[in-house]
Design a protein around this ligand. Structure first.
Ligand SMILES: Nc1ncnc2c1ncn2[C@@H]1O[C@H](COP(=O)(O)OP(=O)(O)OP(=O)(O)O)[C@@H](O)[C@H]1O
Length: 455
């Protein structure tokens, strides 16, 4: 059997990304370079650093080997070495070995997608924005009589739809191993369907989909505009509902907002329970970060996180949870690579791109106006020279919020406050930080203003 080619390695990338998720892929797998294969079935990869090699081998070695071996059974081992050391004498590459002889892989007979081991209910943090979706998912996972069919979960990118679906599947598998649970994406459904048409195996396809006890289809918006796939999906759907089998669907929007979806499918999708995952709020983001830190401790037991770092990330990265997780992964990796604690300096160094991309578009003007309004003072007094307490305190609050909510530098903020020096801004920011600890009223004011500005 021939060795693996660079093209084959390239062709695996999409699949790897899907399996481990965009962030982990971009952090750990995308930087791997294909180096070649040896006669004795060793696939050689290189990574940027030694730490990287060890980390990837320990955490992704088995996954890589199983994917590679499936594509090319001649590969029995993967060796990852650091690119910078490759030419140096004999650094032992981190390796992962296939069991000898390779145990025959037990293929599942259902064509579902693999479930992510991390996506369980235990690891799903519940907050106001997702409590309804979580409760509905939990109810379905408890099995028993089918009460709402289908369960339709929807929400924006990275808010936990796939996590909840996998969690349902894990729990059902554990509670009722006899049930056949099929989880797949709408894209895979279409792929199977087209393949069966091409291979003239439609009967097998229909039989297989109609024989499952629980069908879960992720990202159903994908079939919009794909007429024959919709048609087949509709029949599958009806057949299962008729047999009182549970269906769980997810999408990035509500059924009536999915364009190019046949009306009969739309109304079918709406006929059960439709629940949405709302955008995360600060408390939920902080909870998720705290729980992720706990799970990272297994890999990085000695890393310290300075006070305020998680709070800062939860404030600043509000787009989606995936980005939040990616930021934390990068911070931990960076800190352990450079051997430094995780503090605000490290955050600024290692996450500048993420922070820029997720920066709120809150302007200094807006902050000044809101704060002046809140304290009932004129805008001109906020930026004017008067130093009386009535103006100075709101001015400091506004400076503090400018520092927290925009990426403007201290000198720039100073200029916008009537040409003040950056040390004045720094002093103002510090003062408010102290007052927030000592004075409940100020703390409440600042929090209220922050929420109003972010709303
Ligand atoms: N409430 C939560 N608690 C813990 N982790 C969460 C939570 N919500 C989302 N996540 C994590 O965020 C990441 C993205 O979630 P997931 O893949 O489920 O998003 P999605 O809604 O399916 O997004 P997409 O629309 O891109 O498919 C996952 O790693 C998931 O574990």
């Amino acid at each position: 059997m021939d060795g693996m080619t660079k093209e084959q390695w390239g062709a695996l990338q999409g699949d790897l990304c899907k399996t481990v998720g965009q962030n982990s892929y971009a952090t750990w797998l995308e930087p791997l370079d294909f180096e070649g294969t040896d006669q004795d079935g060793v696939l050689r990869l290189s990574a940027p650093t030694t730490f990287f090699c060890t980390y990837v081998t320990q955490n992704y070695g088995d996954l890589l080997l199983s994917k590679v071996a499936r594509l090319n059974p001649a590969i029995r081992r993967i060796a990852i070495s650091a690119a910078s050391l490759r030419k140096a004498p004999a650094p032992k590459p981190a390796t992962v070995e296939a069991p000898q002889p390779a145990a025959p892989r037990k293929e599942r007979d259902l064509p579902g997608a693999p479930l992510d081991a991390r996506f369980t209910f235990d690891r799903f943090i519940v907050g106001k924005p997702n409590e309804l979706a979580h409760a509905a998912a939990k109810r379905v996972a408890e099995g028993g009589q089918v009460t709402f069919n289908p369960l339709f979960l929807y929400g924006g990118v990275g808010l936990g739809k796939t996590h909840l679906m996998h969690a349902i599947a894990w729990e059902l598998r554990e509670r009722s191993p006899e049930l056949s649970v099929l989880y797949l994406s709408a894209e895979q459904f279409m792929y199977r369907f087209v393949q069966s048409l091409r291979e003239r195996k439609m009967l097998d396809f229909k039989e297989m989909f109609r024989s499952v006890d629980i069908l879960m289809v992720d990202d159903v918006q994908f079939i919009a505009g794909k007429d024959s796939t919709q048609e087949e999906f509709f029949h599958t759907f009806n057949a299962l509902v008729d047999q009182n089998k549970q269906i769980i669907i997810s999408a990035d929007r509500a059924p009536d907002e999915i364009k190019d979806l046949e009306n009969r499918i739309r109304s079918r999708l709406q006929s059960g329970l439709v629940v949405d995952l709302h955008p995360t709020d600060y408390e939920l983001r902080l909870g998720i970060l705290q729980s992720k830190v706990e799970s990272y401790r297994e890999h990085y037991p000695r890393l310290e996180i300075a006070d305020g770092v998680l709070e800062f990330l939860a404030h600043r990265i509000s787009t989606n949870v995936r980005v939040l997780e990616g930021a934390l992964t990068r911070l931990f990796a960076f800190a352990s690579l450079v051997g430094k604690p995780i503090d605000m300096d490290l955050v600024q160094d290692s996450l500048s791109d993420v922070l820029r991309a997720s920066e709120r578009k809150i302007s200094i003007d807006e902050i000044q106006r809101k704060v002046a309004e809140h304290y009932n003072i004129r805008l001109s007094d906020m930026v004017g020279p008067k130093r009386v307490r009535n103006f100075a305190r709101p001015r400091q609050v506004a400076m503090y919020l400018c520092k927290q909510l925009t990426s403007r530098s201290l000198p720039e903020i100073g200029r916008r406050f009537g040409g003040r020096d950056h040390t004045t801004v720094m002093h103002g920011v510090k003062r408010i930080e102290e007052l927030r600890q000592q004075d409940g009223q100020i703390d409440e004011d600042v929090e209220l203003l922050r929420r109003a500005l972010e709303a």
